[in-house]
Structure formats: C-alpha cells, structure tokens
Design a protein around this ligand. Structure first.
Ligand code: AMP
Ligand code: GLY
Length: 424
C-alpha cells in the first residue's frame, strides 16, 4: 500500500523510518516532511491543514492510508473531511474524527469524559466568564498549588501552576476576561495539583480492539535537572522503569479499558492513537490529559522498540481487525536526546548549517526542524534533531545517545546531558 504521513517533526521522521521498513509499504509520502524524512520517502510540500492540497496528493499518488502526526489537522476535522468526500471516503485515516479529537482539543470535554467513565483524574471544575465568581470560590477550596488549564489548544502553553490563591485569581481573570490564550481560554478547567511522577502511555485502537504500545517518559524543561521553561520535549526514555507490570495492570484496568469502552458506549468512532498523560501518585495512576496522537519526542523512543510490522498494525486499525495483528516489543532500552536551537523555547536561531551527522556511531538521527538547502542540511525549527540509541541497558543507551549528539554540530546547538538519569 501507499502511505501518506502528515507532519514534519521528529515524530513523523520516526514513523517514516519505521514504515519504510515494512514489506507492506510500497510508496511512502510525507507532507510536508523535513530534510530527514526524504531519506525514507518522498516529501511533498503541503501544509497539514491544507485539506484540499492533501486530497490532491492522495488522488494523484494513489495513497491507500493516511497517518496523521500532529493534533491540529485532527482537531480541525481532517478525518471528517475524508469521510464527507466521495473520492476519499474509503481511504482510511489513522487519527480520530473531530468529535473524538476533543479528548485533546478540549480539556473540559476530556474531564467530563473521564468523570462519566470513572477514570481516575484530579478533581476539577470548569468555569467561564459568566461563572468567574464561582471560580473564585472554588479556588479557595481546592488546596495549593492550583492548576489552571485553558480549555482549547494553546500550543502547549495553556497550563498554569499557581502557588497562591491570589495568583490563581489573577490568572483566572486574565484567561477568562482578557483572553490570555485567545479563544482557547474562554473556558478554564481549575484542577487539583497531583503529586507524583509522570509518564506517557500510548494506545493504538481500531475503535473496538486496542494494543498498548511501549510507554515512555519525556523531559519537558529546557534546563538540566528539570529546570527552566517548558518546551515541546527535550528527550525521552522507553521503557519507564517504574511502570512495572503491577502498575501497567492498573493502568489497563482503570484507564485504558474504560477509555476504549467509553468511546464505544458513546458512539465515538475512534481509530488512531490515544496518548494518555499519566501521573503515578504513590503507585496509583491518574490521568493528567489525553492527546489524540503520538507524543514527540516519545515516538522517537517508541518506534525503535516495536519489532513487528507497523504498517500491518495500521492496516488492522483501518480494517477493524487490530486483534488479529501482532505487536512485538523489544526488551532493549531506547533513549532520545533532543538537539535544539540556541534561544529555544524563546526566539531561536535558524538557517544554521548542520554538520557531523555522518559521525554518529550507534544511534538513529531523526530529523525534526531541518530542511535541505542544496546539499546542506540546515536548521529551521526550535527542536532540530532527535538522537535515539537502542541498547541493552538504560545507562548505555543514555551514554550513547549523548555521545552521538556531541558528534553533531551547528551554531547555537544545545541539548540536555541529564535525560533519563533520574531513572538510573
Ligand atoms: P497538559 O498540557 O495537560 O499536559 O499539562 C502540562 C503539564 O502540566 C503536564 O505535563 C504536567 O506536568 C502538569 N500538570 C497538568 N495537570 C496537572 C495536575 N493536575 N497536577 C500536577 N501537574 C499537572
Ligand atoms: N511530549 C509531549 C507531547 O507530545 O505532547
């Protein structure tokens, strides 16, 4: 089959790398892709939200399956667009329809969903401009710190953790009445703070059956020792040592099964990934958030651990027979170090020439924010390259990924040298 991947980050590079190895994948297209995805397939320069442009690619290139990387096209209804079009309606899209994508696109929707299905999560209430006063009263009752979440997508910036009630009141005013995060904060979820350690659990579902993909841990802060500003993710590790069989059993029984069953009961046809952001609170799992896609940079650690045919699994999602497919997972440990641009996550340097990728010894280099300028690979994004090493133990994987990242150079490059060391 011919497969089209939508997206241009490290996640999509890892998908492309994996799918290009499948005997089931004839031609692979990536839109828009980056300098690295061109090694695995053909890049086509169309934006992920240009649905008409995507339709042209699918028809011109005889695409048989579309794998959606990022959330934006899902939340904007790319799957619905396919279903409503006579020429596209039989071409499977991996990723939920707009309604189901609200699991990520609306924090209020996802909290209500968890409540309806008794899925463990932090206590919370949702407020609007009209109920600001009630919001103030609630703030005084839930204990410190207080978590405020803009309801809609806010480019990963919509969650605030406030250490005093006064600060939370001020932020609530700015979010609800001054549109601090635009339309995304016209509703705000006020939530109890959960103490614990986070991990990312990934489920692939055809709407009836599901497979649990390898879990991962990501590192969000820019600075070593988890300090400084939040980023899209500075590295990841899979598996997660504290996600042992007993913990994962709780996750499956209390979270995954109720989620998949809940979607079915509510007639939300969901084919794709469910990314469950979990807090491990003294051995008990609580859901922090759902995403309707895979994580980045988690995918860069997850894909190398899947040893079975990923295109076959996606076909199972498309055809509703995922239960007949085999998911094999390597016991090896994957560690990913994300190399970023100077200044990131603020204003960052661009168009710097990258050298030394050929010197990497025992890691995969998944491109994220890169492009080809004639023969030169240059930086275009904040997150530039994901360097992933798969080894027999965590220490070796971390050491190798870090050593290999050091073999690459561009002006202003930065990466954390402490990814995963908290788990050793
Ligand atoms: P989200 O956008 O929902 O993933 O939230 C961003 C980050 O905020 C999460 O990855 C957590 O580190 C943190 N966070 C969100 N909700 C909570 C909570 N209820 N308790 C503690 N930390 C939270
Ligand atoms: N690494 C977190 C995310 O993809 O949202």
């Amino acid at each position: 089959m011919n497969i089209l991947i939508l997206g241009s980050g490290g996640r999509e590079s890892a998908f492309a790398w994996k799918l290009s190895q499948s005997p089931k994948c004839d031609q692979l297209f990536i839109a828009p892709g980056n300098a690295g995805t061109g090694q695995y397939g053909l890049n086509i320069n169309i934006k992920v939200t240009d649905f008409e442009g995507i339709k042209r690619i699918v028809l011109d290139r005889n695409v048989n399956l579309v794998l959606v990387g990022p959330e934006e096209p899902l939340v904007k209804g790319i799957h619905d667009f396919f279903l409503a079009d006579d020429q596209l309606k039989n071409i499977p899209v991996i990723g939920p329809q707009r309604y189901g994508a609200q699991l990520e696109g609306s924090k209020d929707f996802s909290k209500q969903f968890m409540e309806r299905h008794n899925i463990p999560a932090a206590a919370s209430k949702t407020f609007t401009r009209e109920t600001l006063q009630e919001g103030f009263e609630y703030l005084a009752t839930i204990g410190l710190p207080i978590v405020l979440k803009a309801d809609g997508l806010a480019a990963g910036k919509g969650v605030l953790i406030c250490t005093t009630v006064q600060e939370a009141q001020q932020e609530l005013i700015e979010m609800l009445t001054e549109a601090k995060f635009g339309e995304a904060s016209s509703k705000v979820v006020v939530e109890q703070f959960l103490q614990g350690i986070e991990l990312s659990v990934f489920v692939l579902t055809d709407g009836t059956h599901y497979k649990i993909l390898p879990e991962a841990k990501d590192y969000k802060r820019i600075g070593e020792g988890d300090t400084g500003l939040n980023t899209g993710g500075m590295g990841s590790v899979s598996p997660v040592p504290f996600a042992d069989a007993a913990f994962m059993k709780k996750v499956e029984e209390r979270v995954i099964i109720p989620t998949v069953e809940g979607l079915k009961k509510e007639n939300i046809r969901y084919k794709g990934f469910i990314f469950i952001g979990l807090m491990n609170c003294y051995g008990e799992p609580y859901v922090i958030e759902y995403n309707c896609r895979m994580g980045d940079p988690e995918t860069e650690s997850v894909m190398p651990r899947i040893t079975s045919d990923f295109a076959d699994l996606l076909e199972g999602v498309a055809n509703g027979n995922l239960n007949e497919k085999e998911l094999q997972i390597s016991n090896k440990i994957a560690a990913t170090v994300m190399m970023v641009s100077g200044g990131y996550p603020g204003e960052y340097l661009k168009d710097r020439t990258i050298t030394g990728i050929e010197n990497v010894r025992d890691s995969h280099v998944f491109h994220a924010g890169t492009y080809l300028d004639n023969e030169n690979v240059k930086t275009s994004g904040g997150r530039v390259l994901a360097v992933t090493s798969l080894q027999v133990d965590l220490f070796t994987a971390l050491q190798q990924a870090t050593a290999d990242a050091s073999r690459i150079y561009y002006d202003g490059m930065y990466f954390r040298k402490d990814i995963g060391f908290d788990l050793l």
